[in-house]
Design a binder for this molecule. Structure first.
Ligand code: HEM
Length: 212
């Protein structure tokens, strides 16, 4: 039996909107700087730099909201993993995304009050929010304050290494965003998950005995 449940706390929804806007702006200004063509820039170069730096600072503060909200509210429990059986659960969810859902099979890990994310969402959100986003922020701060970066850690310029890692993580985050938005359309209806992350309410199934 499905029921409507208050699923996304206000602080997480505020963080999410701020975070999504920042990442979209960072991607647009980042791409504009990376493929800068002085004749036909997507965004005029000096403006792209200013906007990118400013948005990077806002993203850092928005990350602190996420980090402390997860530390001090119950939302944090959805980011703790039961490692036992994780591979099987990931394979099961992957098979559902690749084949099962096209054959109309039942979701292997429906969303319940206790299980906010399916195993693939769970692991990918942990990797994105506790590895990729902090990494892009720290490397970005390194580029903003180059004097803080090691000069030549492996005989190669420290700034160059930081820059390559920052850009690579930025591309990885862009890829995540495309997949994230696609997967978000797989809900009760195509727009259901988008409405949920805005108003906080989601249609959930009854909790089962065993939780992931
Ligand atoms: C236009 C951009 C975005 C849209 C439309 C979007 C959409 C959504 C939707 C519909 C949900 C709820 C469904 C779910 O839990 O999967 C969600 C949750 C989430 N999104 Fe996004 N998202 C966007 C950008 C991002 C970005 C850039 C990140 C991270 C870098 C991100 C990370 C997350 C996380 C961690 C959650 C779970 C929040 C929680 O309840 O703890 N999203 N997003």
């Amino acid at each position: 039996m499905s029921k409507l449940s208050y699923h996304y706390p206000l602080i997480i929804r505020i963080w999410h909107i701020l975070n999504a806007l920042c990442i979209l702006l960072l991607i647009a200004t980042g791409i504009s700087m990376y493929y800068a063509d002085p004749g036909r820039p997507l965004i005029e170069f000096s403006w792209a730099v200013k906007l990118h730096n400013f948005t990077g600072i806002v993203l850092s503060f928005s990350y602190l909201i996420f980090f402390f909200a997860n530390l001090f509210t119950e939302n944090g429990c959805y980011y703790r993993t039961k490692w036992k059986g994780i591979i099987n659960r990931l394979i099961k969810q992957g098979m559902y995304y690749m084949f099962g859902m096209f054959k109309g099979e039942k979701k292997p890990f429906p969303i319940t009050e206790k299980r906010k994310f399916n195993p693939l969402q769970h692991i990918s959100y942990i990797m994105i929010m506790y590895l990729a986003v902090p990494f892009v922020i720290i490397s970005g701060l390194g580029l903003m304050f180059p004097e803080s970066v090691l000069k030549a850690p492996f005989g190669v310029g420290g700034i160059l290494i930081t820059d390559i890692l920052h850009v690579a993580t930025g591309f990885f985050l862009s890829l995540f965003l495309i997949i994230h938005i696609y997967v978000s359309t797989i809900g009760a209806s195509k727009s259901a998950n988008f409405k949920s992350i805005v108003n906080g309410y989601a249609l959930v199934e009854e909790d089962e005995e065993e939780e992931d």
